[in-house]
Design a protein around this ligand. Structure first.
Ligand code: FAD
Length: 569
């Protein structure tokens, strides 16, 4: 029997430690192992990815490539610039591949892509080996043990998890890696014909990134942001397995922090250092294994002499939430990502009239917030110029650094949807998709549904005030002063409500509250926008809207869009 010739396809697992799929590849005792990454046009052109996340990805790739080379100087991460669906049949042939190995991906697009690649492998006589390793439990198993239903609560995850059995312990990183074989690519690159390029605005117009199979120098190297034609990243957060493991070591070394962590008690206003672990981008790129994270925490908890926190608020509980969203997504597929067609997402007629005509099934009545107004609210929210300093500080931190605390995400998501602007959660989720360095489709979509009270959570009368909520954490307003520096000199009394300060004082403090934020200076003075609405009034409007929507009781799959109007089926 000839020895296996294996492609290891890195995607959601940019690490060497605790990788069940990599272990499976090495267990084949291959004659050669090709560690590859394919530049999927889906990611390059269609997923919304801002410069900060691009940089993070390149960091992860560089670090992984160097770690591979440390284990075998002949090897590295080979980056190939073609869609996997067209590339693999050519690679199988050219490199005489016998096995293709990768980590399981249950994202809606990932599944579709992998099914296609598996069919191509079958045609080529290549054996495919797939292992899950991205979540604590295999999301499909979680669903199966939740009576075949999407996991919509942490209790369901815990109950299904019990039936599956103990979360496996992490696997050590390999100590050596086989040589890659010959890496010639004697075939034409296939570039997709139509590329709906939603990332064009991130680029300088240059698409060098995608022009040669093995990169411009033919060496399969990790590109730079410049080579990709991308604007420079602004975030200070850096990616890569080496950094991830160091961060985890530091967290675990602080036994009190690890064992007593309670999410609702962590301050969303804390920065340098932030109050939570900031490991989410590493979890997204797989530069940290979730089982490594879980067991390192659990081991501290088990040995802890004091009173340790428990799921769902503990650190391990946070990882269970992550699994919950993966389970929901695995079950609902593409429908999970939107209201339309989603059997588990409530239909809220955002900006649409909100009463139902029972004879025709048409939703009629007054607009709660008309479309032009809603668009203005949305743009001002996105750009961090709502006139509410807490919301603006968070949105500016998000854009600049690519990460905000969980309760900060709560605040801006509630504000955009059911607790302020009455704008559809899908629009907010798109902004997060573009700007978050930890953007994880399952977690982003699920959390937006939670915050908009369309799924997972239903207490819509509980809204976050943009004034009282941050005051609880940061009376001084230091977080606002950092991210909205024009208000730096405002005293604590006015930091969350600058519009209430007397105009003479506003001038004295060097920033007047005027306009809608499109002008940053008025009469030679810095300007900060007036609040775009009266919050208490707007909150009542939203609660009224949600009450009506809940009473009507439609879900995304109950309705269809007919001539631009939602109609009950
Ligand atoms: P920690 O509190 O230290 O938690 C440890 C880990 O648990 C995190 O790294 C993360 O992997 C996981 N986790 C914690 N909370 C959640 C949660 N509520 N849902 C899912 N996983 C969780 N998280 C993402 O990873 N990607 C996203 O795209 C994302 N979008 C969000 C959108 C909204 C509107 C909201 C409200 C939350 C979103 N979250 C998302 C969840 C959460 O805010 C982040 O995971 C968390 O803030 C990351 O910071 P951390 O690593 O310090 O978390």
């Amino acid at each position: 029997m000839p020895k296996p010739r294996v492609i290891y396809w890195f995607r959601t697992d940019l690490r060497l430690h605790d990788s069940p799929a990599l272990k499976a590849a090495l267990d084949l005792k291959p004659e050669c192992l090709y560690p590859i990454w394919t530049w999927d046009p889906h990611y390059v052109y269609r997923a919304r990815v801002g410069p900060n996340r691009w940089q993070y990805l390149l960091d992860c790739q560089s670090d992984l490539s160097q770690s591979i080379t440390k284990l075998n100087p002949k090897s590295k991460l080979f980056l190939i610039r073609e869609a996997p669906q067209t590339l693999f049949p050519k690679l199988f042939k050219q490199w005489k591949i016998t096995h293709l190995v990768f980590e399981k991906d249950t994202d809606a697009y990932g599944r579709e892509r992998d099914q296609k690649v598996m069919a191509l492998a079958k045609e080529a006589g290549v054996e495919v080996v797939v292992r899950y390793g991205r979540t604590l439990y295999d999301p499909d198993e979680l669903v199966e043990h939740n009576n075949g239903k999407p996991t919509m609560s942490i209790n369901q995850v815990q109950a299904a998890g019990k039936k599956i059995g103990e979360i496996p312990r992490p696997i050590a990183a390999p100590k050596s890696l086989p040589d890659p074989g010959d890496t010639s690519l004697d075939f034409e690159q296939e570039v997709p014909e139509s590329k709906p390029d939603i990332n064009a605005k991130q680029r300088n117009g240059d698409e060098e990134s995608y022009t040669k199979l093995a990169g411009p120098n033919g060496d399969f190297a990790v590109p730079t942001m410049e080579e990709l034609g991308l604007k420079p990243a602004t975030t200070q957060h850096r990616g890569g397995e080496t950094i991830a493991l160091k961060m985890l070591d530091e967290i675990i070394a602080n036994e009190d922090y690890t064992a007593t962590f309670e999410k609702p008690k962590t301050a969303p206003t804390a920065f340098e250092p932030q109050a939570t672990t900031l490991l989410s981008p590493h979890m997204h790129f797989g530069s940290l294994s979730c089982r490594e994270f879980y067991w390192r925490c659990q081991d501290v908890v088990d040995k802890y002499k004091g009173h340790a926190s428990q799921p769902p608020t503990s650190l391990t509980g946070q990882l269970l939430f992550r699994d919950m969203y993966f389970g929901a997504q695995a079950s609902l597929g593409y429908a999970f990502g939107q209201t339309y067609g989603n059997s588990h997402c409530r239909f809220i007629p955002w900006h649409l009239p909100s009463k139902i005509d029972t004879s025709s099934g048409l939703i009629t009545g007054e607009y709660l917030v008309d479309n032009a107004q809603a668009e203005t609210y949305f743009q001002r929210w996105r750009e961090g110029r709502t006139g509410f300093p807490w919301i603006d500080a968070l949105m500016r931190q998000l854009k600049y650094e690519g990460w905000i605390h969980h309760l900060g995400r709560h605040a801006v998501a509630c504000f955009l949807t059911r607790g302020g602007c009455y704008v559809d959660w899908e629009r907010g989720a798109e902004v997060f998709e573009e700007w978050l360095i930890d953007h994880e489709a399952a977690c982003n979509i699920g959390n937006w549904q939670w915050l908009s009270c369309t799924a997972f959570y239903a207490q819509f009368y509980r809204c976050y005030s943009p004034i009282a909520f941050p005051q609880k954490w940061d009376k001084e307003g230091n977080f606002v002063r950092k991210f909205v520096p024009e208000l730096e000199k405002y005293p604590q009394k006015y930091i969350y409500e600058p519009w209430k300060a007397p105009i003479a004082d506003q001038k004295k403090w060097g920033c007047v509250v005027k306009g809608d934020g499109s002008e940053t200076e008025v009469d030679g003075k810095k300007a900060y926008p007036k609040p775009m609405f009266d919050f208490p009034t707007q909150r009542e409007v939203c609660i009224e809207g949600l009450k009506n929507a809940y009473r009507i009781g439609l879900y995304g799959n109950d309705s269809k869009v007919l001539d631009g109007t939602w109609r009950k089926l």
